[in-house]
Design a protein around this ligand. Structure first.
Ligand code: SF4
Length: 754
């Protein structure tokens, strides 16, 4: 091509992975090829940013391992033998298999597994098809059917899951915007490593520290985030609820709680029956309970409905209408009083003086915010931990104030989601990811025979051996749409090449408060198609093409139809802010969405499980008290690193240059006992499986704990995979069960390559 003919364009788009940052990026395109990526500007320059992964997107797009054509399996599943077929043949195969399965087993036997490889809204077109066909959608719902314990704890305590609700336009789901931490005097990052996994949060945290905020980080690892803290608290993994109860005990016994907030905005004064442990409710003349919960009014010396009480006791024991009862706060006092400093130190490993100082600081350095993500979530009893933290925030009156509450990584917000995902009110049947483990092999609660996997790789989840041995063989047909032959794709019957985000148009809400357009920068490589295009063609063949009869841009126009945002405006302005007050602070009006309209640190739904209060229970598996610990004494964590977003980017050549292989981190004390030195090949194992990889000694990890970064692909280990070690036990107290990867014991030994 001559110089005259060469073209150069700069196109504004965004980086779409599940890290939820949605960084705006400028794609530089020369002669139709992506040549450079840099951060794009936002009206608020604090959002101008990019990370290593974003910068490495070019090598992801032009990766030699991209799937280039539709591939049909010819060997056994997982054998890696494929025939290239045409798109028409692929679409015909999907439609004929789906029609047969729907005819034989019903529409719910066709399931879609939705991952989080990208958050573009049009790429979620398969969900619309699942709705129209009344199929099954796996991984959709509270916390996406994965990472559910925080959202459930938030729902129990505040009446709203912590992410945005699909039905409420700007609902922030209980958390505050990260930028609100600039109003905090104390920031506590509990079980999160923002410096690596949500780097843009750190900019706001550093700004807050420059303004004088103190930073406390609670983490069993001396993470990059912990390295920036004023105080690092290396806790025994899985004992966070115990620490929170110890903090509550000090705050209560030293009278540092917020009596006014507790009385007026929490269920603290609600009387709880000693016999049933449910709230004591007013009875009508027929002896039937009303919804009115009674409180003890000391001025009248009797139980009265909370709605009419002038004042209410928070402590004491009472006899009301012949029923012995206590205020919920008294029950919390009774629980917390068991967690004296010695008990907390013995259980958590955190020295008593640190616990005491931290408790006093949290209660008195107001406002104090907490930064949370998913380090606390991947435990069997993770919901109790989050509830204990929400209780801590509530009794100190940190909720609904600027600089208080908690922040996550700013979540994405919803556009016209109901219209897009559930046309004509049609909805798929929802199944959480963990119940899929039983549904597919056992046909319970109903048969699932076909699986369409999009935007995801379910081998990042627990017990990979069970997925291979039990789950996949029970399926008649598996189609995977991806850019790479991931481990999931390896077991498919049909693999479809999907466009990268640079090859297709889409829409994203985020980073809060912005809406951004993903503009097509280059033509699709090879024979790739977008998830949207693939879905349209399959829908036509299945006779539901009417639900997909508009162009991508027409759908986007309708998806963004809020706050006078239009597609044209997005094309011109790149990022448009939603009309919201910033920084967003949840519950400023002290209006809570619980049944009582108050913060419910006492949860009636938990009575059945003895969990009406956030009690501490030793981890299900990852505890030295477990019998298994004799054989497998080490707690196995899977921290997230700066190099991966789940399993995305694990094959990126740029990133592999600086982070070439997986390793297990072990404290030198544990390593010495096992005669392990740096770079030794070791086997990490338990009864479920074994993974072989190199060891790296690190004093920054607590003795008794080992860690392998989450996100590596199985083939990158010397043998096995870290998910061969984990389990998929379901906690019946959770409305939506959760993966408890971290609640896992292992042993480690030196080994040799065979
Ligand atoms: S991977 Fe996440 S943090 Fe990194 S550039 Fe992309 S959106 Fe931003």
């Amino acid at each position: 091509m001559s110089r005259r003919q060469s073209s150069y364009q700069t196109i504004r788009t965004f980086c779409p992975p599940h890290c939820l940052m949605s960084c705006g990026i400028l794609a530089h395109v020369k002669n139709g090829k992506l040549v450079k990526i840099e951060p794009a500007n936002f009206p608020d320059p604090r959002f101008n940013r990019i990370c290593l992964k974003g910068l490495s997107q070019i090598s992801q797009v032009y990766h030699q391992d991209r799937i280039k054509h539709p591939l049909k399996r010819v060997g056994k599943r997982g054998e890696g033998k494929w025939n290239q077929i045409t798109w028409d043949a692929a679409f015909d195969l999907i439609s004929s298999q789906f029609q047969r399965i729907i005819r034989d087993y019903g529409s719910t036997a066709v399931a879609w597994f939705k991952g989080a490889g990208t958050f573009g809204r049009l790429s979620d077109a398969p969900k619309r098809l699942a709705s129209v066909l009344q199929g099954t959608l796996i991984g959709e719902g509270m916390g996406d059917g994965i990472d559910t314990t925080g959202p459930q704890a938030s729902l129990d305590t505040f009446g709203t899951a912590w992410w945005a609700s699909p039905t409420e336009k700007y609902h922030y789901g209980g958390s505050n915007e990260v930028a609100d931490c600039l109003n905090s005097r104390l920031i506590v990052i509990w079980g999160a490593n923002f410096a690596e996994t949500a780097p843009h949060n750190m900019r706001f945290i550093f700004d807050a520290m420059e303004k004088g905020a103190k930073l406390v980080v609670i983490d069993p690892r001396f993470s990059p985030t912990a390295s920036k803290a004023d105080t690092w608290i290396p806790i025994r993994p899985g004992t966070d609820t115990c620490l929170a109860l110890g903090l509550l005990n000090i705050i209560i016994s030293e009278g540092l709680y917020d009596k006014e907030f507790l009385t007026n905005y929490t269920v603290g004064p609600f009387l709880v029956r000693d016999d049933t442990r449910f709230f004591l409710r007013e009875e009508n003349e027929n002896g039937q309970e009303s919804q009115n919960v009674l409180v003890w009014d000391p001025t009248q010396n009797k139980g009265v409905p909370s709605t009419t009480a002038k004042t209410a006791s928070l402590t004491g024991s009472y006899l009301v209408n012949g029923v012995p009862c206590k205020p919920a706060f008294q029950r919390l006092i009774d629980l917390a009083s068991k967690y004296d400093l010695q008990t907390v130190e013995k259980t958590t490993g955190v020295p008593s003086e640190v616990v005491k100082q931290f408790a006093e600081e949290y209660a008195t350095k107001k406002p104090a915010s907490m930064g949370l993500l998913y380090g606390l979530d991947r435990w069997y009893f993770g919901n109790l931990t989050y509830r204990s933290l929400f209780t801590l925030m509530s009794i100190t009156g940190q909720i609904g104030i600027k600089g208080g509450g908690f922040f996550l990584s700013d979540p994405t917000h919803c556009l016209n989601e109901e219209w897009w995902g559930f046309p004509d009110g049609k909805k798929p049947k929802f199944l959480d990811a963990l119940r899929m483990y039983d549904a597919i092999p056992n046909g319970e609660p109903y048969p699932i025979k076909a699986l369409w996997v999009y935007r995801g790789n379910f081998f990042r989840h627990s017990n990979a051996n069970r997925i291979i041995d039990e789950i996949l063989p029970a399926l008649d047909f598996i189609v995977v749409a991806d850019r790479f032959l991931t481990q999931t794709a390896q077991y498919a019957d049909l693999v479809l090449p999907v466009c990268s985000s640079f090859e297709t148009t889409d829409i994203q809400v985020g980073p809060f408060p912005y809406v951004q357009l993903q503009q097509k920068a280059i033509d699709p490589l090879y024979e790739s198609k977008s998830d949207f295009e693939i879905t349209v063609e399959v829908a036509k063949r299945l006779g539901v093409g009417d639900y997909f009869n508009q162009s991508a841009e027409e759908y986007i126009e309708q998806l963004v139809n809020i706050d006078s945002i239009t597609l044209n405006r997005l094309k011109e302005e790149g990022a448009i802010a939603l009309e919201v007050t910033r920084p967003h602070v949840s519950f400023l009006d002290k209006h809570f969405l619980t049944p009582s309209g108050r913060v419910e640190f006492y949860v009636e739904r938990g009575v059945e499980f003895g969990q009406e209060l956030p009690i501490y229970i030793e981890p299900e598996e990852g505890s030295p008290q477990n019998q298994l610990a004799k054989k497998y004494p080490l707690i196995f964590l899977q921290s997230h690193s700066r190099f991966h977003v789940h399993t995305s980017f694990a094959n990126n050549p740029d990133l592999l240059e600086i982070n070439p292989e997986p390793y297990v981190e072990i404290n030198p004390v544990d390593a010495k006992k096992r005669n392990i030195t740096d770079d030794d090949l070791v086997a990490v194992f338990n009864d479920r499986g074994e993974v072989k990889l190199k060891a790296r000694l690190n004093e920054g990890i607590r003795p008794g704990v080992v860690d392998i970064h989450h996100g590596w692909w199985a083939k990158q280990f010397d043998k096995g995979s870290y998910q061969d070690l984990t389990h998929e036990k379901i906690n019946p107290a959770l409305a939506i069960p959760n993966f408890s990867y971290f609640d896992c014991l292992v042993e480690i030994k030196k080994t040799r390559r065979v």
